[in-house]
Design a protein around this ligand. Structure first.
Ligand SMILES: [Ca+2]
Ligand SMILES: [Ca+2]
Length: 202
């Protein structure tokens, strides 16, 4: 693409992203244009990211979850998301294979970034997920997973861990790949929320 006007996607970043994701040059260039339009500074701040979430989930309190997701996407830890981090995030959470999604989920749950998950970290993320769930939907949850504590217990027991044990990335990914129930419990299902938004009468 002979796009030489300033603000075009640099060749290095384009090549890097094509190597690391399945997206085409055309897709990447189109996204870059809309990214630049939405974010003329070229960076998404935490506040902007939170406000995107609150638009998508007007009936719940997505702030805590949005903060955790933001942290997991901010690979260089500078407090903003640049285009590259944004595209990698998009790739991992949408187009990626299950094990790539789980690698991302591991970094989401590893709140302090020390390479292992503690039970407290599970509880922290599960609590943030619960704040995303509409209170009416919480009523429909099974009895043994209808509070953050019960859900964290259930996840922790599945992995056969004691209270103070730690979960490695390998254990986390292999465990979740082998058990659909756990895969469901560690994730927030935005699909359900989206349907809800779609079906909601104005
Ligand atoms: Ca960053
Ligand atoms: Ca940790």
């Amino acid at each position: 693409m002979g796009n030489s006007k300033s603000g075009a996607l640099s060749k290095e970043i384009l090549e890097d992203l094509q190597l690391n994701t399945k997206f085409t040059e055309e897709e990447l260039c189109n996204w870059y244009q809309s990214f630049q339009k939405e974010c003329p500074s070229g960076r998404i701040t935490r506040q902007q990211f939170e406000s995107i979430y609150s638009k998508f989930f007007p009936d719940s309190d997505p702030k805590a979850y949005a903060q955790h997701v933001f942290r997991s996407f901010d690979a260089n830890n500078d407090g903003t998301l640049d285009f590259k981090e944004y595209v990698i995030a998009l790739h991992m959470t949408t187009a990626g294979k299950t094990n790539q999604k789980l690698e991302w989920a591991f970094s989401l749950y590893d709140v302090d970034g020390n390479g292992a998950i503690s039970k407290n970290e599970v509880l922290e993320i599960v609590m943030a997920i619960f704040r995303m769930i509409n209170p009416e939907d919480v009523k429909d949850l099974p009895e043994d997973e209808n509070t953050p504590e019960k859900r964290a217990d259930k996840i922790w027991e599945f992995f056969g861990k004691k209270e103070d044990d730690k979960l490695t990335d390998k254990e986390f990914i292999e465990g979740a790949m082998s058990n659909k129930d756990i895969l469901r419990l560690i994730q927030f299902e935005p699909q359900k929320a989206k349907e809800k938004i779609k079906n909601k009468k104005p």
